[in-house]
Write a protein that binds this ligand. Structure first.
Ligand code: EPU
Length: 423
């Protein structure tokens, strides 16, 4: 169902169990990785979200067949033909930035790739210079012509790439190119997010040889071409950002919730912050059990690449701090322009001052429900969460952003007893 707005009213404490599906930021890359080898793949634990539909559309545009399983709703079948088109057209790429990760696998498979340059985001410019630089170091020629990144390489050659910053997307594009390069590649200062490890695991199942998984130095023994790689089945790692959303909802509304599927080991620093704020967080059989008091305490925090507090977790921490006791100082180090949700929280009565990539959050006793706008996926979800602690009704418009990364956020929160609906 296409959703336009999420309507939230504060209510009673949350109670019950909610499950977390597979991670958006993993499955989109796994889908891209299938382009490396002809054959049939089965991806399980796939979230039914708009970005997956868009990546499916992109895969179809280059020649693949992508179908949901008739029986198991989280199972996705992908059939990759012997020949794929090495072109990712603008009309699809401009709708979701993650599509740029087809660049590496397309180049590795076809010796060429033409991928429309993704545009900026609602939280600022999102350059791909590190993706391009890394591919050049593996022997590719890369040009930007008429809004397209055009890459070609008769043969990719393994080498050492030191990333200037542990970029998630650049690490993924380079991994997917390196597995088919001739000889060994070392990616230094690689991103270490759990979704990168999930991609490494999937590529290894496809026959790739990758060492250092989970560390910032990945070593890949390239197979010389994509031909030795083969299809594989895989279950997507659970979404640690969706899990954080549920924990934040609990933090705002109070109560006791079990987040089934949530991996405590993938969100340790966040859990540490939530504990400092007064929540009781316990890793439990296949999930996280959490209890939240009536009012939380504020904390200070800064975002950093994994294992730091994720930039995608910050809007939720700020939403919680808006009604927590005390003052918290937060710093956004990854996307300095990512504070637009703060203006919306202010419309709800939050006392937050921003200065460049810092924000000072002075907790107020209660927010007041207001019409607010979702500028991106996490901003929209965080505003819905904040609405749980606001007097009256909060209406989050442009909620189609939220549907890009959440199967049914309103339904999940409602199942815990919150007064939330989407329309
Ligand atoms: N950067 C460059 N040049 C590059 C690549 C990145 O300057 O070539 C900069 C970016 O501008 C940013 C920083 O490096 O300041 C980190 O960007 P990164 O490449 O790590 O992010 P990404 O791959 O574009 C993914 C997630 C984001 C998440 C970030 C950080 C996906 C599809 N997206 O983006 O998730 O915030 O990593 O962890 O995996 C979301 O899910 O809502 C979302 C935005």
């Amino acid at each position: 169902m296409a959703i336009e707005r999420i309507i939230v009213r504060s209510g009673r404490p949350l109670e019950g169990t909610v499950s977390v599906a597979g991670a958006k930021n993993s499955v989109l890359k796994l889908m891209a990785a299938t382009l490396l080898a002809e054959g049939s793949y089965r991806l399980d634990n796939v979230p039914r979200i708009v970005d997956v539909d868009l990546m499916a559309e992109l895969l179809r545009a280059v020649g693949c067949a992508v179908e949901w399983d008739q029986v198991r709703s989280s199972l996705l079948h992908i059939d990759v033909p012997a020949e794929i088109s090495p072109v990712a057209p603008y009309d699809i790429v401009e709708r979701f930035r993650a599509s740029v990760v087809v660049l590496g696998p397309m180049l590795a498979r076809c010796g060429e790739a033409k991928v429309a340059l993704p545009g900026g985001d609602d939280f600022g410019p999102r350059p791909i210079d590190m993706h391009v630089q890394g591919l050049v170091e593996l022997g590719a020629t890369v040009d930007v012509v008429h809004g397209y990144v055009e890459a070609s390489a008769a043969e990719l050659l393994g080498g050492r790439v030191v990333l200037e910053f542990p970029s998630v997307g650049a690490t993924e594009n380079l991994l997917m190119a390196a597995v088919a390069a001739k000889g060994a590649t070392v990616i230094d200062n690689a991103a270490r997010e759990p979704e990168i490890s999930d991609l490494c695991e999937f590529l290894s199942r496809m026959g790739a040889s990758i060492g250092g998984v989970g560390s910032s130095t990945l070593s890949v023994e390239g197979s010389g071409s994509a031909s030795p790689l083969h299809p594989a089945d895989h279950a997507v790692v659970p979404d640690r950002i969706v899990a954080a959303t549920h924990l934040a909802a609990l933090g705002v509304a109070s109560g006791e919730v079990f987040v089934a599927g949530a991996r405590h080991d993938h969100m340790e620093l966040l859990c540490q912050k939530l504990t400092e704020m007064g929540m009781v967080i316990t890793p439990d059989d296949g999930g996280i059990r959490a209890i939240a008091p009536r009012r939380l305490d504020s904390v200070d925090c800064s975002t950093l690449p994994y294992p730091g507090v994720a930039t995608d977790h910050l809007p939720f921490l700020v939403a919680m701090m808006a009604t927590a006791a005390g003052v918290g100082i937060v710093t956004e180090n990854l996307f300095p322009g990512r504070f637009r949700y703060v203006d919306e929280l202010r419309r709800m009565g939050a006392d937050i001052r921003t200065d460049s990539h810092h924000a000072v959050v002075r907790g107020v006793e209660r927010l007041s429900g207001a019409p607010v706008r979702a500028h991106d996926i996490r901003a929209g979800a965080a505003l819905a969460v904040a609405g749980l602690g606001a007097e009256g009704t909060t209406v989050v418009s442009e909620a189609h952003h939220v549907a890009r990364g959440y199967e049914d956020l309103a339904g999940d929160l409602a199942s815990l007893g919150a007064d939330v609906r989407a329309e």
